[in-house]
Design a protein around this ligand. Structure first.
Ligand code: ASP
Length: 599
């Protein structure tokens, strides 16, 4: 005996015993009429019309309506009176066709219902904290606190199942392409991906710590030294980064590494894999993907992860040279957003204000420009292909030239204006269609970035990335112009993954470490085991890692990665359900040699 959610009716619970389902709740169709079936599931909805009780019974496959009629089975009907939402029940009965007026076109099983002759109440439920609707208005906190209930919602089940299907497709494709799935340690030594490490104190080596991997980077390279040639892993990575809206401290990467390859070989593998993964989610995509260099991306989009659903901008400073609106040789661009139509005075002012914030002068009045600069504007129209209904903007850098990378800063600002205008007007003409998947490889990133805080060059990707063969000498003479054999895969303006051809020679790796300002002792201390590994016949190799969470988020049409992770953490890095991070017993801290800091 037990009480139900409202605490009023004592409900006797039944055992599962040898009961087994004959069908799932999403399976029954008109052809099943007359079948005797046994279903199990959760009570999604309950309607009590006195002599008749209707339940919508739900499992992961769908919903079936089941009916308890007092005239058929009074005892069973009486028992059904105790049943409430989210109770777990089993029912046995006959499938009947519904009359034409009662067919439910919203359910795949809507042509039939099960007339119940036997019922078992397998478990009761407290009233659910929120309804099982797809479009919930309840705050995310409540959803995360009762995640197991949130996970029952159709939309979440679709997302999590899609994730599983996508992972399955990724595995299949990689196995078919000759990869081995190999696990690498979670308890390891700090690996440099640029973020802070999560650390685990060691009890057996007091004062020492393991680090959770930011990525399996060094291990996968050492697997190449170990001769495995093609490794992959769908692997959790851990990065203790500052709070950002859609970051998780632990996230999943599709991580792979290959021997005896160059960039294009990695691209072919990934393109095949993505075609398969997207098909698993119901989308057909075309490979090969477009490839552009970092330089081209900056020159045409002002960003290293361009959304190519929007046209590139065009540099027009040479056309306007010597005119009052020229930008003293700094970039001037023409931005075209197709099919926007008329925009209001207020919208024009908003564009200008946004430009101003980014140090850009925005010329939004194409008519006026055409009057003042007819020749130049005829060329601008020719280059951009602008039509009457398109929005055409010119912009140039309004601030004083900055000694440090002024051109790149100006291009970045133009890129931001382009995105701002596109996003603002996207709804008008479905320019940013989420079901249009524009993949892009961006290649030849600079090897180094200048870090003004640390006042030194830092690795733009990571320090194991190979430089272009012909740029090897620039390592010491001109680091700013040294190109890396690194690449990003970008989807609709989102960086989905990045990788590189690695340094496979210990002497070159030493050189890069020293270009990055590591002393030989420092390099030895942090990466000695890698250097040692490279000195034992490391093959040329390269690889990549793609963010699975982000990819599934895009496929599922969600805007938060939390909606495609079963048990995610909040933006503050906490798990509201199990209340982690949490306090631990003093004894454990003592064993670890950690002093207890009382909050
Ligand atoms: N380890 C890199 C990352 O996690 C990816 C790679 O270079 O393969 O971003």
């Amino acid at each position: 005996m037990s009480t139900n959610g409202e605490g009023q009716h004592p409900v006797k619970l039944d055992f599962l015993g040898n009961l087994r389902r004959t069908h799932k709740c999403g399976e029954l169709r008109a052809e099943n009429a007359g079948d005797r079936v046994l279903l199990m599931g959760w009570v999604h909805r309950r309607r009590d019309l006195g002599g008749v009780i209707f339940l919508h019974l739900r499992d992961i496959t769908g919903i079936t309506q089941v009916v308890f009629r007092i005239e058929n089975a009074a005892e069973v009907h009486a028992r059904a009176e105790h049943i409430r939402g989210e109770f777990v029940v089993a029912v046995e009965g006959n499938v009947e066709k519904r009359s034409a007026e009662t067919v439910n076109p919203n359910l795949p099983t809507g042509e039939v219902e099960v007339v119940v002759e036997k019922v078992w109440i397998l478990n009761e439920s407290k009233p659910a904290p929120f309804p099982m609707e797809d479009d919930l208005s309840v705050g995310e906190e409540s959803r995360l606190k009762h995640r197991y209930i949130d996970l029952r919602r159709h939309r979440m089940q679709q997302n999590i199942r899609m994730r599983s299907d996508v992972s399955f497709a990724v595995r299949n494709s990689l196995f078919e392409q000759g990869f081995h799935e190999i696990e690498t340690p979670f308890m390891t030594r700090s690996t440099p991906e640029g973020a802070r490490d999560f650390i685990i104190p060691s009890r057996l080596s007091p004062g020492s710590f393991y680090a959770l991997p930011q990525s399996p980077q060094i291990f996968k390279q050492l697997l190449m030294v170990g001769g495995y040639e093609r490794y992959f892993q769908i692997v959790r990575c851990f990065r203790d980064e500052d709070l950002r809206a859609d970051r998780q401290p632990e996230f999943t990467q599709i991580d792979l590494e290959m021997s005896f390859v160059q960039q294009p070989d990695v691209f072919v593998v990934i393109e095949k894999m993505l075609v398969r993964a997207f098909a698993a989610a119901g989308f057909q995509i075309e490979a090969p993907f477009q490839r552009i260099t970092y330089r081209e991306a900056m020159d045409s989009y002002g960003i290293d992860k361009p959304d190519t659903r929007i046209p590139p901008f065009h540099r027009v400073e040479s056309l306007f040279e010597g005119t009052p609106i020229s930008g003293n040789g700094l970039p001037m661009v023409a931005i075209l957003i197709p099919k926007v139509g008329q925009i209001s005075r207020k919208e024009r002012d908003e564009l200008k204000a946004f430009g101003q914030e980014k140090n850009l002068r925005v010329f939004d009045d194409a008519k006026r420009l055409e009057r003042d600069y007819p020749e130049q504007m005829a060329k601008v129209r020719e280059i951009t292909g602008a039509a009457e209904e398109d929005l055409l903007l010119l912009a140039n850098w309004a601030a004083e030239p900055d000694a440090h990378l002024p051109e790149r800063e100006a291009l970045k600002a133009c890129g931001q204006l382009r995105l701002y205008a596109a996003q603002k007007y996207a709804d008008r003409h479905k320019l940013l269609d989420p079901k249009k998947f524009n993949f892009l490889w961006v290649v030849d990133f600079p090897m180094f970035e200048w870090d003004p805080e640390e006042n030194r060059w830092v690795a733009a990707h990571h320090p194991f990335t190979s430089v272009h063969d012909e740029d090897l000498d620039l390592l010491t003479t001109d680091p700013a112009n040294c190109r890396a054999k690194s690449y990003d895969i970008v989807l609709n303006g989102v960086e989905l993954g990045s990788g590189s051809i690695r340094i496979h020679r210990a002497d070159v790796q030493q050189k890069v470490f020293s270009a990055l300002g590591f002393t030989p002792e420092d390099a030895q201390h942090r990466f000695g085991f890698l250097l040692e590994g490279l000195s034992y016949g490391a093959p040329p190799h390269g690889g990549i890692a793609l963010g699975l969470d982000r990819m599934v988020m895009i496929l599922a049409g969600e805007t938060s990665i939390r909606d495609v992770i079963a048990f995610p953490k909040t933006a503050r890095g906490t798990d509201l359900m199990c209340e982690a991070p949490s306090d631990v017993p003093d004894k454990l801290l003592r064993d670890l040699g950690i002093m207890h800091i009382r909050k």
